[in-house]
Ligand binder design. Structure first.
Ligand SMILES: *Cc1c(COP(=O)(O)O)cnc(C)c1O
Length: 387
């Protein structure tokens, strides 16, 4: 069984649980994104909601990615990290007035707008400031992402975006609003998408919608296809970098851009998931009637994805090379859902062993809570722990 390269001796001196980010993995991922988009009119925005660790964010900014934000807090974090406002997009079904104001005051690249009332509010607020807000309409393309139903967003039944049946009505309105400039269209069909045909379906839909706009005399400056590219949770050591080549090629091949048009992406998980691990210590190994429990000092307060989405994270015992045994790997929180894995094979485990929960760089630390009055986890990077 291959394990990742961790500075285990350094880990032993640290208070667990904590997040560990391998910036070499992150830099390699970002290089691959830049290599696969070089020479194309593509702009990748990093979806901040996946992870806002300052060093992670700085590394992403240094690679030249823009930002995709879903709250005023994220817009501010992107700007604070030095990402230029001209590369910041702001999405979300429920933008509060102060959040819209923040975007307007900083002249962000684009508001991705999800409803008529939101358009009217942005128009009014931009007017009061004597500004014109650049917007893209978030359209719900009714394309299935073939992923967990909690993380599909592009079907008619989801709360996100403007449904195709309402598109003409919204377009009629948007063209009459004096403080709105409609520059683009935006889509985001879901997350952890591993079936690439979903992105092909999306491209085909985008082409149809673009033709529809053109038939109405509306010219679009950019198209934003959102994020959602999945990662390999089963084999993080063999597939540390997602297949960006296939991903970007699908859009190059199937989505027809007009001259001068730019294509925007909003990748979160695919950028940061594989660089992060949650490092935890085994508190107790408890013998149940028919199974063994490895009780960790990390629980769903540090990593909620297994409890929330039945998500799988690979688990490695970093300090044991003993033959494998099966465990239910659980946390200390007073809820039965505080279980990371059942009947999981890992090297025979004892109290004090260090455990890595892999592929936890996205939607891990950022979703941590203080439930049970626990402390929020600290985070270290490979740069912090370098010799
Ligand atoms: C969450 C989100 C993303 C990023 O999704 P990933 O699956 O992490 O790539 C992109 N765009 C929008 C609008 C989002 O809400």
């Amino acid at each position: 069984m291959t394990k990742a390269n961790y500075p285990v001796n350094k880990f032993k001196a640290l208070q667990t649980p904590f997040y560990y980010y391998d910036l070499e993995v992150l830099r390699a991922t970002l290089s691959e994104i830049n290599a696969q988009t070089a020479g194309k009119s593509f702009q990748v925005h990093y979806a901040l909601k996946a992870n806002v660790n300052p060093l992670v964010l700085k590394t992403i900014k240094d690679a030249g990615l823009g930002a995709d934000c879903v709250s005023g807090g994220e817009v501010q974090a992107a700007l604070d990290a030095g990402i230029p406002a001209s590369k910041v997009v702001f999405a979300g079904v429920g933008k509060a007035d102060w959040e819209i104001e923040l975007g307007l005051d900083n002249d962000i690249f684009c508001f991705n707008v999800e409803s008529i009332p939101e358009l009217e509010v942005i128009n009014e607020m931009a007017g009061a400031k004597g500004k014109i807000a650049r917007v893209a309409l978030r359209i719900n393309p009714n394309v299935s992402a073939h992923t967990h139903h909690y993380i599909t967003t592009g079907l008619n039944e989801n709360k996100f975006g403007i449904n195709l049946t309402d598109l003409d009505k919204v377009t009629d309105l948007v063209l009459t609003l004096p403080h709105i400039k409609m520059e683009g269209i935006h889509f985001h069909i879901g997350s952890q998408i591993t079936d690439m045909s979903s992105f092909e379906d999306l491209s085909v839909k985008v082409n149809e919608i673009q033709e529809h706009f053109e038939s109405r005399g509306v010219k679009l400056e950019h198209i934003n296809v959102g994020g959602g590219l999945g990662i390999n949770y089963e084999h993080p050591n063999h597939f540390p970098i997602p297949d960006f080549q296939s991903y970007f090629n699908i859009f190059s091949k199937h989505l027809t851009l007009r001259t001068g048009q730019t294509l925007h992406f909003e990748l979160g998980r695919a950028v940061v998931a594989q660089c992060g691990s949650l490092i935890s210590k085994v508190l107790y190994v408890k013998e149940g009637t028919s199974k063994k429990f490895a009780i960790l000092d990390a629980g769903f307060t540090e990593l909620i994805r297994p409890a929330l989405y039945q998500a799988y994270h690979r688990i490695e015992n970093l300090t044991s090379e003993l033959p494998e045994e099966k465990y239910d790997v659980v946390g200390p929180i007073c809820e039965s859902s505080d279980t990371f894995a059942k009947d999981y094979s890992m090297n025979a485990t004892q109290r004090g062993d260090l455990i890595a929960l892999r592929s936890a760089g996205a939607y891990g630390e950022i979703m941590a809570s203080q439930y049970n009055l626990r402390k929020l986890p600290k985070a270290y990077t490979s740069d912090d722990l370098a010799i």
